[in-house]
Design a protein around this ligand. Structure first.
Ligand code: MLC
Ligand code: AMP
Length: 504
């Protein structure tokens, strides 16, 4: 096959008048119209001088046009690099520099901030706004709506997704065409997706969940998506009666359960609800079944690995577990110090191997070697155990990571900024339970003895560098941080101290 990802997901729909996207305002986009737009975008990106393997960074709102840029990259053999729309110009600058992107697409409102960095890196910068307007789409309109698909192999790169690290520096996870395609094929079969399916899509499309899991499966099956710009409760409730499937992070489901309009009859046509990206409380799973008669299907994945495990479509969906390895994927539970596999039932670090596992971190061979073993197993940093029936339970994390509303936040990145604030000697950032987001960010500061840290000024400084969802919701000053005999900060003790801060 000339280009496995494009041909299998997109190319199969050439000429099809079937609906691909239903928008909130009632408009629809057919597969054919979508592919014509993608062909124009592919031609335009190629006209910028980009060639196969070049990176295209995008920080744009969720829209059919934004999704067409993904399709265009696949068709032109370019590497799609989507960025969270909440990232500040500082954050985006790092991704552009680090990836060596050849082009950056952003909103009209951000172009002035981002132009200097794009130009200093030699990246072409154009705009694409939420309504589809912008300099990029204006140029692309002049292009032919047919494009000769660029030949690629399953081993070639299709996307870079940046994931933060415990050192505070983000790493570009390199995903191949084969990674994405094999995972979409496994999930389509496991979750029984067909052309009859209508997926309610309210996730962002700059992460694995909304971009690959939801979109690639729908494309493969030839189904439709109700494509909402974001998760807004009223809109989701209005659209649910038209859907057959929905995917979301746990916050989606707890918010739905908090609304009296969310009833069994509202979701009578929905055959499948999928949850992932963060732990779904067993309590939410049970309440959901009591309210709707449906059992949420929980699965487990990562940016680096796509999806690894899933509860069964048929058979028991066990609350508090993430099910079984997907076909072709292997899971091992190991002792994180010795690396030796542990006996069944014991808690250890989860390792995963399979066609879904990424190629490594962009230009970080040492980091790659630490996490991706030579035998192909990837160290997830998650702690788990396998029960006697083979279900994987995720019991914690071996990595210092907070997951807030499905977004990953690495404390180190925030601590590095807090540590250089005036009158701050040191800091520790922790995740504490939060009724809406699952976990949220709290910063603990120790003063340096020269004066009191100004918490208001510190919060505004955070806003200059960090996306809003990473900002500490609360800051506290303590006389000292709890440490063990080795001098290591005891975050467990801090989490215990602040665990009830946001309790209902
Ligand atoms: C928004 N805000 C958040 C937040 N999202 N704060 C903490 N955590 C979050 N996740 C802040 C905003 O900055 C704003 O702050 C306020 O909340 C309201 O903003 P909003 O835009 O109205 O947010 P809301 O609609 O409430 O969004 C919450 C959400 C959204 C849960 C719907 O975050 C979301 O769609 N999350 C999904 C993330 C996801 O797709 N993860 C998949 C990763 S892939 P203020 O103070 O200005 O009001 C992955 C692999 C795998 O993990 O296994 O899937
Ligand atoms: P990301 O790097 O954003 O892809 O986030 C991946 C991390 O999300 C994993 O390493 C897990 O810690 C977490 N995660 C994903 N799915 C689940 C789940 N179903 N239950 C618990 N944690 C999950």
């Amino acid at each position: 096959m000339a280009n496995p990802l494009f041909d299998t997901l997109f190319g199969q729909h050439h000429g099809s008048e079937a609906v691909f996207l239903q928008l909130a305002d009632g408009q629809t986009v057919s597969y054919d119209a979508f592919l014509k737009m993608a062909a124009q975008y592919a031609a335009q990106l190629t006209d910028f001088g980009l060639v196969a393997g070049d990176r295209v960074a995008v920080q744009i709102a969720k829209s059919p046009q934004a999704l067409a840029v993904y399709a265009a990259c696949a068709q032109a053999g370019l590497v799609f690099l989507p960025l969270n729309t909440a990232y500040t110009a500082d954050e985006v600058s790092y991704f552009i520099e680090n990836s060596g992107a050849g082009a950056l697409l952003c909103y009209d409102t951000k172009v002035a901030h981002l132009r200097p960095v794009a130009e200093s890196c030699g990246a072409r910068i154009e705009t694409l706004n939420a309504d589809g307007s912008g300099s990029f789409s204006a140029l692309a309109k002049e292009q032919p709506d047919q494009f000769d698909t660029v030949a690629r192999s399953a081993e070639d790169l299709a996307a870079f997704l940046y994931t933060s690290g415990t050192t505070g520096r983000s790493k570009g996870a390199m995903l191949t065409q084969g990674n994405l395609l094999s995972n979409a094929q496994a999930l389509k079969a496991e979750w029984r997706f067909t052309a009859e399916d209508v997926l309610l899509h309210a996730l962002p499309i700059f992460h694995t969940h909304g971009l690959f899991v939801a979109t690639n499966i729908t494309l493969l099956a030839g189904g439709q998506m109700i494509f909402l710009p974001s998760f807004k409760l009223d809109e989701v409730i209005a659209q649910l009666p038209m859907a057959t499937t929905m995917m979301g992070v746990p916050t989606f489901y707890t918010r739905l359960l908090g609304d009296a309009r969310f009833t069994k009859s509202l979701v009578a046509h929905v055959r499948l609800f999928v949850s992932g990206s963060a732990p779904l409380l067993a309590e939410t799973h049970i309440q959901f079944e009591q309210r709707t008669g449906c059992r949420i299907l929980e699965r487990y994945g990562m940016t680096e690995t796509n999806m690894n495990t899933s509860n069964p479509y048929e058979g028991e969906r066990r609350a508090g577990t993430v099910g079984f390895p997907l076909p072709g994927t292997e899971i091992k539970i190991i002792d994180s110090i010795s690396g030796a596999p542990l006996p069944q039932g014991e808690i250890g670090e989860i390792e995963v191997r399979g066609p879904n596992v990424f190629k490594g971190y962009w230009q970080m061979p040492e980091k790659t070697a630490q996490e991706l073993r030579s035998d192909g197993f990837f160290l997830t940093g998650d702690l788990g155990r396998i029960d006697p029936d083979g279900y994987l339970h995720i019991v914690g994390r071996n990595k210092d990571l907070i997951i807030s509303g499905g977004y990953n936040i690495y404390p180190k990145e925030i601590e590095l900024l807090l540590d250089v604030e005036e009158h701050v000697l040191e800091s520790a950032v922790i995740g504490v339970p939060h009724p809406d987001f699952g976990e949220t960010v709290v910063g603990i500061l120790v003063a340096d003895g020269t004066g009191e840290p100004d918490l208001g000024a510190i919060q505004s400084n955070m806003a200059k560098s960090l996306a809003r969802f990473k900002h500490p919701q609360r800051l506290f000053v303590l006389p000292e941080l709890p440490r063990n005999t080795m001098g290591k900060v005891q975050k467990m003790a801090l989490r215990a101290q602040f665990q009830d801060l946001f309790s209902k």
